[in-house]
Write a protein that binds this ligand. Sequence first.
Ligand code: ADP
Length: 355
Amino acid sequence: MRSPTKPDESNARPTDPPAIEASDVHVTYEDGTEAVRGLSLRVEAGEFFGFLGPNGAGKTTTIRTLVTLLYPTAGSVSINGFDVRTDPQAVRESIGYMAQETSIDEELTARENLRFAGRAYGVPKAKRADRIAELLEVVGLEEVADDKVDTFSGGMKKRLDAATSLLHRPPLVFLDEPTTGLDPEARTRLWDYFERLNEQGTTVFLTTQYLEEADRLCDRLAVIQDGRIITSDTPDALKSRVGGEVLELELADDDAGRIERAKRIVRETDAIDATRVTTTEDGIEVASENAREGAHELLVALYEADLRVAAFDVRSPTLDDVFLSLVGADRDHDRSGAANRDQQPPAEVDVEGQR
Ligand code: ADP
């Protein structure tokens, strides 16, 4: 990340406006749904910022408001110093937006798609060919530049889509679940690309359902629930807030009744002060300050209750644990993130040239 200019430095240049500044934003849909209720957010130029939350929390509504596809019902939003209400065109010219659904034309080649985007974004004609060649190289599609997109894999289409939203070299890019549905290799390639982009100074605002992705990429994260930000910090600070360690127990017989009994024993034992006990695929998971010290005594208690432990492990908290302790959602908090996509927002703005 580029460090923000410190005002007290002797050679200080005028501080860049924040990439995103949202203050007490409310967005209410026509049917009365208050999707965003008093959201305040500041993202500095150069940051890689992650925006997380359970399904229905208000992530899509927020991102659509920040990119001027929805008007805030109340509150103020400025993007790269431009107000979304009074200067939406300047906002659009200063951002890239990679939506959940790719906006590329499958009947065209990769290069033709980029040419089309270049025109839509008003990239000067003389510069278009160079920019297109450069971006095709960056996203690793130069070899297939003249192939029709309908022959591309999902990951290739996503990379092309990312390239189209960056043709006009915006200082700030919004990525809405950019890697959903991709295989691990395609995801890793995109991550490398987003990291490079950020290293070159582009501010990134990312929503994702993959907490590992947020952990690896983001300098700072905000978690939204019920239309409000409930916490915001660096990934490490969030993890250290969970405290202690996590004990994973795989039960030899993992039928529901035995799992419930095991959970009860964990809660009742003096061996471990569990702050959270959750069901996993083949057993249970216990978060606790004293998970390591108390593990042996707990295993004995389970054994005495005729509950055989097939395997166990003690690990450090991950962002999944943070998420669980914050929002109490289950592990796959947002796997059905597509649920609201087809609904119509209330105040669509004409967004020519906006992706
Ligand atoms: P997320 O992206 O975090 O899943 P959304 O921003 O899509 O959340 O949704 C936030 C809330 O607003 C949810 O309760 C959702 O049902 C509601 N919502 C989303 N789109 C619309 C719409 N077009 N009309 C009415 N309610 C909506």
